[in-house]
Ligand binder design. Structure first.
Ligand SMILES: Nc1nc2c(c(=O)[nH]1)N(C=O)[C@@H](CNc1ccc(C(=O)N[C@@H](CCC(=O)O)C(=O)O)cc1)CN2
Ligand SMILES: Nc1nc2c(ncn2[C@@H]2O[C@H](COP(=O)(O)OP(=O)(O)OP(=O)(O)O)[C@@H](O)[C@H]2O)c(=O)[nH]1
Ligand SMILES: [Mg+2]
Length: 455
């Protein structure tokens, strides 16, 4: 494919500015719906300070107050009625989250107060912000790159510490720095190749050409590998328990949860419909899926459950394949998904063993024996040996860009210099897509569509 010249793309920035009318003033409730100690209405744009002058009465006028200060005072309705006592925070362009003039009204956090304050702000000329529009403005002002904007969303949505840590690393620019290091090595290689093409007689030392390329490829492979852990940390993972009837699936699900969620009986075929329950394992939100025991059956209801179990195993991020350790071993009448996605478990380890298998973990749902090892194995399977301190790829968009870059780097290694140079340029373009300083408008739209209003 011919290289898509950079000049061919209009910067997303310009088109978005014209389309969204960036000079208008936007407003939204920034805090979660419901009652809370404090709630925030946030306003950004040219009219923000004038709106504050009309709505807020304090010791001095907001528009006369330097940025970075707050005022204590009262929030007023159009007729002068005091809506609430509160604070007004003043930011002045470009020193604000969005880079524009910003004010925040911090009131008591009830829907009634916040609704009236927002209503008054809209009356005074602001319009309701679209989802993610505050952060979009920060992105368009060049205060955040796209991977940092995704990290902002990650911080808003983080339910576990693993998710928070990755989002925080992303926002701090750690991911951008990791990508920049790779880019620097590719640029060095490109320069060496160019020198060789220009001055074929003066050999270019190996360390200038192959060493940075090798380093870039290794870093990029590790980065691509981190995507699984990163997405598991942010999105969570689905873990299906499968096995023959009575293998102990529902008992193990309950043991992992720490409460009796699923019905357990000595009767094979107890679980017919599947059942889901959420739990945090290894700092990751995990949805455990209990399934019907897999066997050949003429019972139509049970057979439907069996088909469902096989499908659920196929769709899961990880499968626990359970076999009763107290009975002679019987193979499961279905194929298991590929190697790394299965953990084999020998259940009922508290009973005398009818068989053993070094490839299976011995676990007892009754005594708890083997549960810590099982949790470790689940954590290792989901997060791999991805370095904990590093910034990971947390979205499919980032992973796609990194995979494209890696593909070009690998192609470059097998090609003669002139063609290798083109592949490396493509790899650099894919890396810049990853951080998203100059990407297509639809990509930007897709990222911000996932945000909530007020962020
Ligand atoms: N009340 C409140 N809390 C919040 C936010 C907010 O907007 N309002 N945030 C947002 O969602 C996050 C904090 N992020 C922010 C990032 C930059 C700036 C800002 O004004 N930066 C200016 C000034 C810096 C300074 O004075 O040192 C700048 O960078 O120029 C504000 C908040 C989390 N907590
Ligand atoms: N001793 C012992 N018994 C267990 C253990 N786990 C499960 N059992 C018993 O095995 C029987 C079946 O357990 P379940 O958890 O219902 O098995 P299941 O795989 O969900 O079975 P189906 O839903 O029928 O497919 C019950 O009588 C459990 O008490 C264990 O670790 N040790
Ligand atoms: Mg069951």
């Amino acid at each position: 494919m011919p290289p898509a010249g950079r000049g061919g793309r209009r910067p997303a920035t310009l088109r978005l500015v014209t389309r969204t009318g960036l000079t208008d003033t936007i407003a939204a409730i920034a805090t979660a719906p419901g009652s809370a100690g404090v709630g925030i209405v946030r306003v950004s744009g040219e009219g923000a300070h004038a709106i504050a002058d009309a709505l807020f009465r304090g010791r001095r006028r907001p528009s006369r107050t330097p940025g970075g200060r707050f005022l204590f005072g009262h929030l007023l309705a159009a007729d002068g009625e005091v809506l609430d006592e509160g604070l007004c925070l003043i930011f002045r362009a470009p020193r604000s989250y969005t880079g524009e003039d910003v004010v925040e009204f911090q009131s008591h956090g009830s829907p009634a107060v916040l609704g009236r304050v927002l209503g008054r702000v809209l009356e005074l000329g602001a319009r309701l912000a679209r989802p993610g529009e505050f952060t979009l403005r920060a992105y368009l002002a060049g205060r955040l790159d796209l991977s940092q904007a995704e990290a902002v969303l990650g911080l808003v949505e983080a339910h576990t510490d693993a998710a928070r840590r990755q989002a925080s690393l992303g926002l701090s620019g750690a991911l951008g720095a990791r990508v920049a290091r790779i880019g620097a090595n590719l640029t060095r290689t490109l320069a060496a190749i160019q020198a060789m093409l220009d001055y074929p007689d003066e050999g270019v030392p190996e360390e200038d050409r192959d060493a940075p390329l090798t380093a870039a490829e290794a870093d990029l492979s590790a980065l691509v590998a981190s995507a699984r852990a990163g997405q598991v940390a942010t999105r969570g993972a689905r873990l299906a328990l499968i096995g023959r009837p009575n293998a102990g699936k529902s008992s193990l699900l309950n043991a992992l949860l720490g409460y009796e969620r699923s019905i357990v009986t000595p009767i094979p075929g107890t679980t017919r419909d599947y059942l889901e329950a959420g739990v945090e394992l290894a700092g990751v939100p995990v949805t455990l899926v209990d399934t019907a025991g897999i066997r050949d059956t003429r019972d139509e209801v049970e057979a439907a459950g069996v088909r469902q179990a096989v499908a659920l195993a196929g769709a899961a991020d990880l499968v626990l394949a359970l076999e009763d350790g107290s009975l002679p071993r019987e193979v499961l009448p279905t194929e298991l998904p590929g190697g790394a996605r299965v953990i084999r478990v020998r259940t009922k380890a508290d009973l005398s063993a009818a068989w053993t298998d070094p490839a299976a973990l011995d676990v007892s749902a009754v005594t708890g024996e083997g549960l810590p090892d099982l949790r470790d194995a689940i954590s290792a399977a989901l997060l791999g040996d991805t370095a904990r301190g590093e910034a990971w790829l947390t979205t499919e968009r980032q992973a796609d860009a990194a995979r494209r870059a890696l593909g070009h780097v690998q192609a470059a290694r097998t090609l003669p210099d002139d063609l290798a140079g083109w592949e490396l340029e493509e790899a650099l373009r894919a890396l810049s897509d990853l951080t998203g300083r100059d990407v297509q408008e639809d990509v930007v739209d897709a990222v911000f569509r996932n945000f909530c209003v007020g962020k």
